[in-house]
Design a protein around this ligand. Structure first.
Ligand code: SPV
Ligand code: MG
Length: 553
């Protein structure tokens, strides 16, 4: 069934379905109202005004399509209009099903389709196909009672939800066949299973409708369409115990009036100046279309700069110090609060617009099987280091690209800041390194000496450049600690690839880690820019780190 049929749960409680909400409107003790809409836009306007339901008027939908209310639009064309209306608002819709678009068999199929689309109910009238609008001509022929009862039964037997409603519309008064005929038919349709009857009238007073309602005595809910008896005070309907009033065509008619006025004025003036202040702004149109929601979705799902953002995550090692935790999986798949570390890292990357990171696997590689990642394997992970792993994914280091250790967690905004920091190669360096309680047994810290110390006393515009990176450094020389996160531009990606190739050629690659790579790049005269961060990150080397990570989250 469609999403419209199964509304989303909020706080674990499923809201009522639109089928149920409409049925409740029919059966509630008070008078309820539904308002005409004929497309997605008017459906939104009805919802915006606060109505609880929509009348999908046959007259209005056909007129909006530029055809007559004589079943000139096929029922599947109407179904398409209805789909837009369902998507446009969350309101229950009662569709004007005319005569059911044929006999019982046509109605059966239509009812199923309506249910699948999340239409709350259908109103069918006891005339002949192709129908004519009730306000055109006199003495329209009525359907045979038994035939119409069979149609109601077939519709009820075909509905896919118990709360779908069938409203049987009585045209006896319209056709001039009198009150007795209307009541006789109402009784039969009610017996056949109709959930409500609609008593239609083209008189300018509500007399015959109120007389019917009195005689009917609420044997089932009564629905009315006061188009012609519009001057009747609504309280009279309320006092008569009527269940539902349909304001049947007023969005269509008002739009015709407005469109005519504006079009004629523009035609006459050969200018837009005269109408601008009397029509809605384009911003209002965008708002009705939900432009804001799309913007938010773009921020969430699209790369932020519009350019391609890549990432290579080096995650080939086991992480021996984690003991039993990494017996059957690599370190990156160790779960922190029921979610693998790598999943958390991939989610962080996605939030910053990296849709398909590349993960270099090694130890227990079959366990690294997350959706939306590309994998590259370093099958020599036992005898090689991080640089060799990175070299396995050299082809994926391109455009704007993050390079990350597979065992780190950090605050989301660090990624956004890295992307925003100028430079072909930028590394994130923790200026609060001295506060960090690194308990790693095998954990090697990547100390960095920079052109400017961490703090407020350097000019922001001055780039901070890495001068050296080493696991051993005199305390006095340390500016910070590399957190295992870097960003390269397309040009920076080329520098990295070239250096990996050079290291491969001179035999230094297998034993090198990323620290050695950056050191070589800096030594070759390329600037490695530094973006300082202040704590709020961790890597996972041992069990104490796993506990820290849990706390970090
Ligand atoms: C419609 O809105 O299409 C209706 C109501 O069927 S009426 O036009 O009054 O017949
Ligand atoms: Mg109609």
């Amino acid at each position: 069934m469609s999403a419209a049929v199964r509304p989303k749960k909020e706080n674990g409680i499923a809201p009522l379905s639109n089928f149920r909400r409409f049925r409740d409107m029919l059966t509630s003790p008070q008078l309820e109202f539904i308002m005409e809409a004929h497309n997605g836009l008017s459906a939104k306007i009805v919802a915006e005004a606060g109505f609880k339901g929509i009348w999908a008027s046959g007259l209005s939908m056909s007129a909006a399509l530029g055809v007559r209310d004589n079943n000139e639009a096929s029922w599947t064309q109407i179904l398409e209009v209805l789909e837009f209306m369902v998507d446009a608002s969350e309101l229950p819709i009662l569709v004007d099903g005319d005569t059911g678009w044929g006999n019982f068999n046509n109605l059966r199929r239509a009812v199923k389709k309506m249910c699948q689309r999340g239409i709350a109910g259908i109103c069918i009238e006891d005339k002949l196909f192709p129908k004519t609008n009730s306000f055109i001509g006199d003495g329209q022929p009525l359907a045979d009672i038994d035939e119409f009862c069979g149609k109601i039964k077939a519709g009820k037997d075909s509905q896919l939800d118990d709360d779908f409603s069938i409203v049987a519309r009585l045209e006896a008064l319209i056709a001039g066949r009198g009150m007795e005929e209307a009541l006789r038919r109402a009784e039969a349709y009610h017996d056949a299973g109709a959930d409500a009857v609609l008593i239609h009238s083209k008189k300018s007073t509500a007399d015959e409708v109120l007389e019917f309602t009195k005689e009917w005595a609420n044997r089932c809910p009564v629905v009315i369409v006061p188009t012609k008896y519009y001057s009747t005070p609504t309280d009279e309907f309320r006092n008569a115990g009527i269940s539902l009033a349909i304001w049947a065509n007023h969005n269509l008619r008002t739009s015709i009036a407005a469109m005519r006025e504006t079009t004629a004025r523009i035609h006459r003036d050969q200018s837009l100046a005269g109408v601008e202040n009397s029509i809605v702004s384009v911003s209002e149109v965008f708002a009705l279309q939900g432009a804001d929601e799309l913007k938010q979705a773009e921020d969430r799902y699209l790369t932020k700069t519009g350019s391609t953002r890549n990432a290579v995550v080096v995650a080939a090692t086991r992480g021996k110090a984690l003991g039993a935790l990494t017996e059957d999986r690599p370190k990156c798949m160790v779960e922190i609060r029921n979610k693998p570390l790598l999943t958390r890292l991939v989610n962080l990357l996605r939030e910053s617009g990296v849709q398909h990171p590349t993960v270099v696997r090694g130890y227990k590689k079959e366990m690294v099987n997350l959706p939306a990642i590309e994998t590259v394997d370093n099958d020599f992970f036992e005898t090689t280091g991080q640089a060799a792993s990175l070299a396995c994914a050299a082809g994926n280091i391109k455009d704007e690209c993050i390079i990350a250790h597979g065992d780190i967690l950090f605050r989301q905004h660090y990624l956004d800041e890295l992307f925003a920091t100028p430079g072909d190669i930028v590394i994130a360096v923790d200026g609060m390194w001295a506060d960090r309680n690194s308990t790693a047994v095998n954990g090697v810290r990547n100390f960095v000496r920079c052109s400017h110390p961490f703090g407020q006393d350097f000019i922001d515009e001055d780039p901070v450049i890495m001068q050296s990176m080493s696991k051993d450094m005199d305390r006095a020389d340390i500016s910070g600690e590399w957190i295992g996160l870097a960003r390269v531009s397309g040009r920076g990606a080329g520098i990295i690839r070239d250096m990996l190739q050079a290291m491969q050629a001179d035999g230094s690659l297998p034993k090198a880690d990323l620290r050695d790579l950056f050191t070589r790049i800096a030594a070759a005269g390329h600037d490695i820019h530094v973006h300082y961060v202040a704590g709020q990150w961790l890597d996972v080397d041992d069990l104490a780190d796993v506990n820290n990570a849990d706390r970090f989250l």
